[in-house]
Design a protein around this ligand. Structure first.
Ligand code: GLV
Length: 294
């Protein structure tokens, strides 16, 4: 709150517990407001999401479709996502997952080294975050490809798009790193059939949204040994239910939705700049297209 007040000195900034005269509220900055809140704000002009993914906001029945939503384009998240994906890719390339299992079994066995240039990484999602992830992987020396809804070109990255492009990229990805948002088009994208397109011994990283990936199909492919490892940050249900087999699976590394946390200062700077643009009658950045879902 102090950061916001400092960034917007000319604007009264209220919190939910100090909210008076809700009929005068013009802008809401939020991650997940209490149900029904928007219905009591008749003067609402825009909502600023404190995150990159707005899937939950788009499902809110109290938020009129006419109120624009702006999402964070970076908010410090792109670099964190790149780090999270690089952690997984590096551990795959250096066989750390296998060595961890060998350690648990008391096995001393060297595996042949694998160079970055011998590892093909496919990035699903090539927006602000996916592009940063792909660029970091290129800089590390991996063979990088990227898949997006519409064609995108990025130096050093083999680009794929559309359904045909997806199958081709999956078949050529030793590590698949998913940073897609959840939209009607991406939900269930990584189903049993598509996951099975990954080459034998591949790894799956999901840091996008849990509902993109069929967890049971993933578990079946890990059990059968077709897939070697998974690093998951997001789940169909969060917190991950205690009875999920993912918790104990030896081939799974999981984290509690921390791959990229909104950094306050960056988020506030972006939102304040956006608010100033709106007030000056200019277009703000990161406007969500509702039918597209991001
Ligand atoms: C986090 O998951 C976000 O969408 O910002």
């Amino acid at each position: 709150m102090p950061l916001l007040r400092a960034a917007l000195p000319a604007m009264p900034v209220l919190t939910l517990d100090t909210l008076q005269q809700p009929e005068q509220i013009r802008y809401v900055i939020t991650w997940g407001p209490p149900p029904g809140l928007f219905a009591g704000l008749p003067a609402l002009q825009a909502v600023f999401a404190l995150g990159a993914g707005v899937d939950k906001l788009l499902l809110r029945p109290d938020l009129p479709a006419t109120v624009p939503i702006y999402r964070l384009l970076d908010g410090g998240m792109a670099q964190q996502m790149a780090e999270y994906v690089r952690l997984g890719v590096l551990s795959y390339q250096r066989h750390m997952d296998i060595y961890r299992r060998q350690q648990a079994a008391g096995v001393w066995k060297m595996l042949p080294p694998r160079l970055p240039a011998e590892v093909r990484v496919g990035v699903l999602g090539m927006g602000e975050i996916g592009s940063a992830v792909a660029q970091a992987l290129v800089a590390d020396g991996y063979q990088v490809s990227g898949w997006s809804r519409t064609p995108r070109q990025l130096a050093g990255v083999a680009s794929y798009h559309g359904e045909a492009g997806l199958g081709e990229m999956l078949a050529n990805s030793d590590v698949l790193a998913c940073v897609l948002p959840s939209t009607p088009q991406t939900q269930g994208l990584l189903d049993a059939e598509r996951l099975a397109c990954l080459p034998a011994g591949a790894m799956v990283i999901n840091a996008g949204r849990g509902d993109l990936l069929d967890e049971n199909a993933l578990l079946a492919l890990l059990d059968s040994g077709h897939l070697r490892a998974a690093q998951l940050d997001v789940f169909a249900m969060e917190p991950l239910p205690a009875n999920s087999r993912l918790w104990q699976h030896p081939s799974v590394t999981l984290t509690p939705h921390i791959a990229a946390i909104t950094l306050r200062q960056q988020a506030v700077s972006q939102i304040a700049a956006n608010l100033q643009r709106l007030q000056a009658g200019l277009a703000a950045e990161g406007r969500v297209l509702r039918e597209r879902g991001y």
